[in-house]
Write a protein that binds this ligand. Structure first.
Ligand code: GDP
Ligand code: PGA
Ligand code: MN
Ligand code: MN
Length: 607
């Protein structure tokens, strides 16, 4: 039996609530060793992981890992929010009674870490020192060293973040399980990813993929956080957060926004001003996946990014689409790649959209670890990297990270945008002035279903404010909570809906996207400042063509522009019927939201 007391003493972990929790779970999981980690253990643990083969070297100061091939993405159907109050059951949160789920997880975890080390990761999901610390602190227990290394990059890690907090910390237990024998995706699936929200306890069993295993990030930073925010007056959202400074006037605008996973948040937050706009604008990165948002004592809407790193989609990341991302993953920065293609001889990594595919196949392994040179003819065209392959890097490595990203005061928020992959109907940008209409717009955010989601390709899957996979409480309460929080803000935040993904008849994207996405955001801030008037439509205010900065855009884009700056009224009227059914799922939705819906519907009918 491991002497837990001695280990905790040596690590200076004095918080008695944390000590009891660690001892309790060390007993259940049956780990051979217990070890408390902090960020300063990184180099030693990297060496350990390289020695055990859990990491492979990927060139100078970069690392490579492969997760089990049936364990490469978040498993939404196995993800559950459990509480002791059935009133917490929503449409998307997969609610179950806590009394049913806790014993299941204890049973699955019993003895499941035998032969392994249980790492104790005290962490903070916030820039330290602010009033939200007590909601942001947690202690993840994991039996997976790669999870520790990724947590060190994605969160602030060390005992000093939790020693003074008493029992104000999230208990976050992660047990990897026997991955080849968990029946992933079969009727006998043994995985469970449970957040017991009213006990601030997270129990995840059966994965080592980041989205299921980095409990600080998604289970706490989003699911638990949003539940706590609901009870305590703040918002927790799957939002990026960026700042735009006009160097000419010195004015700075901060915009946050929600797009569903793999719909462009990281790319937008890392964007740079397009070359064509010269160096007039400076864009600062605050966060790419989560924002915690509140109204301060002066009525100002503020927000911060609770994370300390970026867990970005690798696909299509290259010097042209996202030079900032390429800079933040260059050699020597301690980056960890997951499930990209790897060359075991040269230690190079590659993914679809990285640049020319290597022609010399010698040494190349695909994301499953299979030799590409040995592929059967029929598999020759298969992806080398998994489409959800990722890079993990810290915020400090991002060249355009804001100077004040680590300030717990956060920044003033001037704009809130929603977006997703929508191949028709949604224009490039439409501004929404009314708070209830803005919240309504978020609640009816629709993103294109891919072949991986149920529904036909091209059909919308509604994803309220991009929180569908992270929703922790009923959608009607969520809508009301949004109205309450934003309703208190007196600094006039503006809403907008954006779409970078409208397509032409031949399937091409009508808008070049990426760095060019700054242009509609600049228009939005000018509109908020009253510098442009835009064109009123039933669904919001669109830029007049001449109000958008079009410098340097190519001929094809200029020709396509009218399409993405107009509203297809008939298509929108059809959409209103779908929205009505979508919203009707949410019992007790605030009347203000229904009124907003009816106003938009009427405006479309009158158009
Ligand atoms: P996130 O998961 O929401 O953070 O999305 P990412 O920024 O990682 O982008 C997901 C995928 O969409 C990546 O493969 C990107 O290359 C691609 N993407 C991001 N922004 C754009 C854009 O403006 N236009 C197009 N066509 N693709 C984009
Ligand atoms: P993403 O983050 O939104 O950048 O894809 C991870 C996730 O949501 O699973
Ligand atoms: Mn996300
Ligand atoms: Mn992202």
């Amino acid at each position: 039996m491991v002497d837990v007391e001695r280990v905790l003493d040596e690590a200076g972990l004095t918080n008695t609530y944390v000590r009891d929790y660690v001892a309790h779970w060390a007993g259940i999981t049956g780990a051979d060793n217990v070890e408390v980690v902090s960020a300063s253990d990184d180099a030693r643990l990297i060496e350990l992981a390289l020695a055990s083969g859990e990491l492979l070297p990927a060139g100078e100061g970069s690392y490579y890992s492969r997760s089990y091939f049936k364990d490469t993405a978040r498993a939404e159907e196995r993800t559950i929010v459990a509480t002791s109050n059935e009133a917490d059951k929503g449409t998307y949160n997969n609610w179950r009674p806590a009394a049913e789920m806790k014993p299941k997880l204890v049973e699955l975890m019993t003895g499941a870490s035998q032969g392994k080390t249980m790492y104790v990761i005290p962490y903070l999901m916030a820039p330290a020192g602010g009033p939200l610390d007590k909601f942001a602190a947690g202690v993840e227990l994991t039996d997976n060293v790669n999870v520790v290394l990724q947590m060190i990059r994605m969160a602030r890690v060390g005992v000093d973040y939790i020693n003074h907090l008493g029992d104000d910390f999230v208990k976050a237990v992660h047990v990897t399980g026997d991955l080849p024998n968990l029946g992933q995706g079969t009727p006998d699936d043994k995985r469970y990813f449970v957040t017991v929200a009213d006990e601030r306890t997270i129990l995840h069993f059966g994965s080592s993929y980041g989205g299921n295993a980095l409990l600080g990030k998604i289970a706490h930073g989003l699911r638990q956080g949003s539940y706590d925010g609901w009870k305590n007056g703040f918002l927790v959202e799957q939002f990026m957060l960026l700042g735009i400074t006009d160097k000419g006037t010195g004015k700075k605008w901060n915009i946050c926004g929600g797009f569903p996973s793999a719909s462009g948040k990281t790319n937008l937050a890392m964007t740079l001003a397009p070359d064509a706009l010269g160096d007039r604008y400076y864009v600062e990165f605050y966060g790419d996946d989560i924002a915690w948002i509140w109204v301060d004592d002066n009525g100002v809407l503020r927000g911060f990014n609770p994370e300390n790193g970026v867990f970005g989609v690798a696909k299509d990341t290259n010097e042209k689409t996202n030079p900032t991302a390429i800079e933040s993953i260059k050699p020597g920065l301690g980056v960890i790649y997951t499930n990209v293609a790897y060359n075991e001889k040269t230690q190079a990594v590659w993914w679809e959209g990285r640049g020319d595919k290597p022609t010399d196949l010698d040494g190349w392994l695909d994301w499953k670890g299979e030799r590409i040179a040995d592929r059967a003819e029929a598999d020759a065209g298969a992806d080398w990297a998994h489409p959800n392959s990722r890079f993990t890097t810290t915020l400090a490595n991002v060249p355009n990270v804001a100077g004040d990203y680590d300030d717990h005061e956060g920044v003033e928020i001037h704009g809130i945008i929603f977006g997703g992959r929508t191949r028709d109907r949604e224009p490039l940008i439409r501004a929404i002035n009314d708070v209830a209409e803005g919240v309504y717009d978020g609640l009816t955010l629709g993103a294109e279903a891919t072949a991986a989601a149920d529904g036909l390709e091209g059909v919308l899957r509604y994803d309220p404010m991009s929180m569908r996979p992270f929703m922790s409480y009923p959608e009607a309460d969520y809508g009301q909570h949004w109205l309450n929080v934003i309703g208190k803000a007196t600094n006039n935040p503006i809403f907008a809906h954006v779409n970078w993904f409208q397509r032409g008849d031949d399937g091409r994207f009508l808008w070049p996207g990426y760095r060019e996405n700054l242009r509609p955001l600049l228009w939005l801030m000018q509109y908020r400042n009253g510098e442009v008037t835009g064109v009123e439509t039933p669904v919001g205010v669109l830029p007049a063509r001449e109000e958008l900065n079009l410098e340097g855009l190519d001929e094809q884009t200029l020709a396509d522009l009218d399409t993405i700056l107009t509203i297809d009224t008939e298509r929108w009227q059809q959409e209103m019927g779908y929205r009505e059914k979508h919203l009707a799922q949410f019992d007790g939705l605030p009347e203000e939201i229904w009124e907003a819906h009816r106003r938009v519907a009427k405006a479309l009918d009158d158009a």
